[in-house]
Design a protein around this ligand. Sequence first.
Ligand code: NAD
Length: 422
Amino acid sequence: MTIKEMERETPFQNALNQLEKACDILQVESDALNIIREPQKTMLASIPVKMDNGETRVFQGYRVQHNNARGPYKGGIRFHPNVDLDEVKALAFWMSVKTGVLDVPYGGAKGGVTVDVKELSPGELERLSRGFVRQFYPIIGPDTDIPAPDAYTNPQIMAWMMDEYSILAGQKTPAAFTGKPVENGGSIDRDTSTSQGGVYVLEEVIKHRFKDRKKPLTVAIYGIGNVGGGVAEILHYANNDFKIVALSDSKNAVYNEKGFDVPFLMAKKNEEGTIAGFNGAKEISHEELLALDVDILIPAALENTITVENANGIRAKMILELANGPITPEAERILLKNNTLIIPDILANAGGVTVSYFEWSQNKSGYYWDSSEVQAKLSKKMKSAYKNVLETSKTYKTDLRTAAYILAVSKIVKAQENLGVR
Ligand code: NAD
């Protein structure tokens, strides 16, 4: 296969490529492995929504349940115009691997709707969210498949979804969804958990690999939504250890070599809807942001941001993948050859599913934790997962992503073998 053909590969094919790399090293081939190459169940549904103008629009919805050998299916729901079956399959597969890396007792799933939420009124968004639950009600639930937010969904949407599920079930069922508002049974700190989890891993990496570097370390963040905006704020307040020199949203990218006042910039984005025109900021292109000579690059938007087209231009010393699947396998080969350290998504952004697990446990037990308890448990989980991945990478003399796959796939395969082929 030529490089150009490789680059045409889809997110799910990229995910399978990553799996095969780990399997080649592990030298395993089994029925259980054949089972995890494809999702166990896939459901498509048409979701009719009454629009404000009286018309009815029908949206395409998806739920892919990849594997549940280690526990109930778990994974977010994405609302985006580019959502299709292949993307949801890849995201579901990565959830199975992620829950394995973090050792949380779940399988993997993902859902989505092909929609541009920017075109919907709040009422239309609520009707779409409730419609999603009505269509997928037979296959989701607190002990079968527990959704959560992903790109372009949020705690408000989870509240509507949990409410619709509870109406259909005839009883309050908070554990059917995670990422809810705290007032509706959400966990404290779930909103910042993906970003904070990434920072806990980053702190460990710096201790091991960057300890001799001068501080502050420079950071560029590609995508400042829930996850990218969250990490920008956390790093901004981290004792001058970091300087955020570049940020982007889907429309603009900005650079300031002196570093941004991140809370001020985020407030401007919330008020004016743009990060452009900020005092002291130079407008740059998205490609220029990716190629900046910084210590840490954080992709926090969608898949396939770094491809064979731009990989050779990346000058960051380290990439912390907070988005899912931001680097294609062929681009990763180039980056590894150029000695770029990559902290893979299935470890770096796993703080979200970890605090989702905490939320689900709190909902099931009815006993709620404070922030210090959540943070202590999250920090322990993230740091222990990093240590396990690092040790596996040394044992097998391989990169961190392949090591994380080796760890997770071994667990999933064993759990699947214990259940047999069924
Ligand atoms: P979000 O909807 O809050 O934000 C998405 C961000 O990406 C926005 O800032 C948007 O402007 C930016 N973006 C979109 N298209 C872009 C483009 N072409 N170029 C530059 N920026 C672009 O979503 P989120 O929840 O922050 O999720 C971001 C990523 O993190 C996704 O890959 C998601 O799967 C992953 N993730 C999210 C969570 C979670 O808890 N929300 C957990 C793990 C992983």
